[in-house]
Write a protein that binds this ligand. Sequence first.
Ligand SMILES: [Zn+2]
Length: 247
Amino acid sequence: MAVAQNIGCSHCGAPVEFKAGEIIATCKYCGFTTVIETGKAFNFEHSVLPNNYSLEQMENLVRDWMRSGFMKPADLAKKSKITEKNLTYLPFWIVSVEASTKYKGIFERIAPPIVKEGEIKKEYNWLVLARQASDFPTRAYDVPLAGKVPYDFRKIEGFAKLLNSEMERDQVLTVARQQIDAHHRFLLQQDIDRIIEASTTITLNQMVYLHAPVWFIKYEYKGNIYQIILDGAKGMTLRGDIPNRKF
Ligand SMILES: [Zn+2]
């Protein structure tokens, strides 16, 4: 277990708690965000997506999810017991970039094979979760960015958890670069079968630090525990475990 330490908030003086590995910490009393190592203010845009669901509304949403879709047991909504409802504001970085991958490769779907060259050029608001250990389905999360507002600690519910960033800006940029390059290498398989060379150039437009509300719901069905992950801004299901149907 990581032991919590604290530094004094340079804005309001309250203790700001952080755990080993965390790099950027937000004061829960005033919302001031500090870079732990230097003790200096974090000087990038820090936003929050407000959560739009109460505990009760979230429960209704989960029941609706349980009733929908033919993959689920017919009695799922009736026989399940919701055992945990945790709202966590996860730290993300949104990396706005223009990315271009120039490539050369062999197209083998005709005989004889030919050498092809091409370019994939795209713009992204690429999402990076700023936590090291996590099985969160980041790529399934289409963050409703239109709803973001400047970070305001008063929007964080008393029962919610706020996680700090474990990555600093340069690290995030490296991760985004690697992920976009891998994504483009996947896309270019539509055009070529074997890569001779491919290189990705990234032009960074903006980086924003964002806390987004994510609900982690656990439910019990016939003696087993399952998890559902939902976005708290729009109520989208990001991932839901479905019990196997027995025939
Ligand atoms: Zn403070």
